[in-house]
Design a protein around this ligand. Structure first.
Ligand code: SAM
Length: 364
């Protein structure tokens, strides 16, 4: 203590002119940032370019960003020309939209749709900052199931792209509840301002219905066990309204699996269960059906459509619809088989691994 006081006194003896101004030490926040925004500094991409580059090099997707999949294959097929009118049915981070806008060389227009009111506003701003203003791009917050409405207003379209599912920004934001990996409210809505959350939905379904949902939407092999555990907890009055709670119930449901296999089994069951809930609360199969049904009627003669899917059920629907309308003479040509991303792209972007691309050309 004495020594400390001495040092203080010594400091006081220093000529004030030579003294460096005293800087207040920044408060130590601890090694574990508490908030998502602090944890992922890549969330501010403009500020942390090095971090972004490093994450991408390692095959990851920086938080707050989405790496667009099969861009070259899509552009090769769409054959976009200046002056054309196109539609991106799933705007997301706007990566595909941007690549398609560049093909227009300043002439033509792209309409970008997304149900998500949170991310679509940010994407509109991001694209505007890149020089794509309202003269060439229009962003609408709407469901692609209503594609006929926008086509009536501004169509038909020379090219259409749909990149189904969720974006990395949505998955990585714990407040949206899309991932069992982060603690957050069990929401899973693409548009949190409409419909009911997954937590509310779970209160409505009984064991049998939940098991059916898990099988139908995700081929969940432990559907019965998981459904029994979740509905049992709700019946006992437990709150099942967070991502963590669902993960814990899945762990409980799979406790019969030998310990050395359990961790992996729980991880996979969690991913499938969250996917099944997401498909259900967003009526993903129903809206895709409506979209596919309206598609040939909103394409201009010779117009081209490309669809990326991430789920075998979705791919089956796309394939069936394309075949059916080809038979009816509305599509002149369709992809013979699915097109997969290159091995190199899958290494670069692990989220590309399950992607399937199909395309069709509107008859003239
Ligand atoms: C995989 S992301 C698209 C990423 C985008 N292609 C890119 O390059 O950044 C899918 C997006 O589609 C949106 N979406 C999903 N279903 C939709 C629907 N029925 N109508 C409109 N948008 C939808 C999601 O909100 C999400 O932003």
């Amino acid at each position: 203590m004495e020594e400390k006081n001495q040092n203080r006194n010594q400091n006081l003896d220093v000529n004030p002119e030579q003294q460096t101004p005293h800087k207040r030490r920044v408060r130590y926040k601890g090694t574990h940032p508490r908030r998502f925004e602090e944890k992922y500094k890549e969330l501010n991409p403009e500020k942390y370019a090095d971090t972004i580059e490093h994450v991408i090099q390692k095959g990851g997707t920086p938080a707050g960003m989405h790496i667009s999949i099969m861009v070259k294959e899509i552009l090769d097929f769409l054959q976009i020309k200046p002056g054309q009118k196109g539609l991106d049915a799933t705007l997301g981070y706007g990566g595909h939209t941007r690549a398609m806008l560049e093909q227009l060389h300043g002439e033509g227009h792209i309409y970008g749709l997304d149900v998500d009111p949170i991310e679509s506003v940010k994407t509109k701003k991001r694209l505007e900052d890149l020089g794509f203003g309202e003269d060439i791009m229009t962003v609408r917050q709407m469901n692609f199931a209503d594609i006929d409405q926008i086509a009536e207003e501004v169509g038909p379209f020379d090219f259409i792209l749909a990149d189904l599912g969720v974006s990395s920004m949505q998955i990585d934001n714990p407040e949206r509840g899309f991932s069992y990996k982060f603690d957050g409210p069990l929401d899973l809505r693409l548009n949190p301002q409409a419909g009911i959350s997954a937590a509310e939905r779970l209160k409505e379904v009984d064991r049998e219905e939940l098991a059916g949902m898990l099988v139908e939407n995700s081929d969940e092999p432990y559907a019965e066990e998981i459904a029994r555990c979740i509905t049992g907890a709700i019946r006992r009055g437990e709150k099942v309204d967070t991502t963590t709670k669902v993960r814990e119930l899945i762990e409980q449901a799979l406790s019969f699996i030998p310990e050395k296999e359990r961790k992996e089994a729980v991880k996979k069951a969690c991913a499938r269960t969250f996917q099944a809930l997401r498909i259900d609360v967003n009526s993903e199969f129903e809206v895709l059906y409506a979209f596919l049904d309206k598609l040939p009627h909103v394409l201009a003669p010779g117009g081209r459509v490309a669809i990326l899917t991430f789920h075998s059920g979705e791919d089956r629907m796309v394939k069936k619809s394309f075949k059916q309308y080809q038979k009816a003479g509305l599509y002149s040509e369709i992809a013979d088989d699915v097109i997969r991303p290159s091995a190199e792209e899958c290494v670069r972007n692990s989220r590309a691994r399950s992607t399937k691309l199909r395309w069709a050309v509107r008859a003239k």
